[in-house]
Write a new protein. Structure first.
Length: 142
């Protein structure tokens, strides 16, 4: 149920994203979701890929600093207030949402899917499932 996300520390300079994504895709790994947090000096690239350990090996071999963490993927309903409802469920369960980003995966109904890191991933998955939120299984992404 939990998904492996790769974080890569990157310089905030032109072409660096192309270099990193080239390493990953050139090694035969498909990027399913991607997000970048930046500051004036560096950035953190977060990716969900179909083969996280192969991607990490490729990136380390190319000299990049990586970290693998667990995240949760959910599919909110396409209706007004759906994201609010997800965040309210988590808040009511005293679970902090550390960050979120979304993506659309073709062939999966083309509904938006949301990657999230929370203070308690297992419990977050449990309370969301109990509330009828679709929690995306790892096998659909990796």
């Amino acid at each position: 149920m939990l998904i492996k996300q790769i974080s890569v520390f990157i310089e905030n300079k032109k072409g660096h994203l192309a270099t990193i994504t080239g390493v990953v895709s050139g090694g035969g790994v498909n990027i399913r979701a991607i997000s970048v947090f930046d500051s004036s000096e560096f950035g953190i690239l977060r990716m969900v890929v179909d083969d996280p350990y192969k991607a990490v090996d490729l990136l380390k071999e190319a000299g990049h600093v990586t970290r693998v963490v667990d995240v949760l993927a959910v599919e909110p309903e396409d209706k007004l207030g759906a994201m609010h409802e997800i965040f309210r469920i988590l808040a009511d369960a005293d679970i902090n949402v550390e960050y979120v980003y979304s993506f659309v995966m073709r062939g999966q109904g083309e509904m938006p899917q949301v990657i999230m890191k929370t203070s308690d991933l297992e419990r977050a998955a449990s309370v969301l499932k109990a509330a009828g939120v679709v929690v995306i299984p790892k096998e659909m992404l990796q």
